[in-house]
Write a protein that binds this ligand. Sequence first.
Ligand code: A3P
Length: 289
Amino acid sequence: MSRPPIKIVSGMPILGPFAENWANVQRFQAREDDIMINTYPKSGTTWMSEILDLILNDGDLKKASRGAIFERVPFLEYAVPDMPTGTEILDTMKTRRLIKSHLHVELVPQSFWEKNCKVIYVARNPKDVLVSYYHFYQMAIVHPDPGTFDEFLQGFMEGTLAFGSWSRHVKGWWNIREQKNVLFLFFEDMLEDSKRAIKKVAEFIGKDLPNDVLEKIQQHTTFKAMKENKMSNYSTIPSSVMNHGISPFMRKGICGDWKNHLTVAQNEIFDAYLKKELSGIDLTFRFQD
Ligand code: A3P
């Protein structure tokens, strides 16, 4: 696969091939018991997906190994040539659906709101998102060439990367966090105490899991366990699509790696961008452990 250019759909930059299926995404029919996992890319989507699949299956590890994470939790917007699209896969699913999406809140298909579907949103500090996204752009060939880190940082701040502006994305979801069908979580809180986060998510979807099951889920969803698990580490995808030799999907899984990448000058520019973007809104991030 070559590196297709980004396209714009409904004002949002999206991966080129994904644009072809946009009409089907917009008219997607949600079901009442669907659960959406929504994030800006690189904010903990896969981690939350694995957690939720295990919660729904009462911590049954055998069930969680029935398929790769992108099969167990299909990606709504996904569309690449010669493969079933996310909407096609979801339409044929008979069991309860966990749905991954990176859509901005205002672009979520109307049926999700009409059916009162639950949404779990995970936000991550933008400096680590930026660094993680830069590595991901390099290894996942469906993205354009990311250019230099400096160019990528500019693109991040201008909102021209796939899925657009990080701040607009996060603020949009933050503004509706108090709706009863929305749970807004932070990646850094999950890192601090994953069992607490798992319990919160389980309660949110109405599952009362005993302590031993919560602990089992916690152990199965550590960074190390997920990095070693071929059902969660994306290693079953051909290397022509995701090249783990360039950068593994499960890269570091920490808070604060940005310090190894941003220069003092880049950090100052980014801090000024954040100050502007997050002014007047009660939303703060943790940038280190
Ligand atoms: P890094 O590149 O900083 O390591 P997404 O799933 O939204 O694409 O996010 C991927 C990021 O989440 C990567 O970050 C990845 O390593 C991290 N991640 C995935 N599973 C994790 C886990 N169990 N614990 C901590 N971080 C995890």
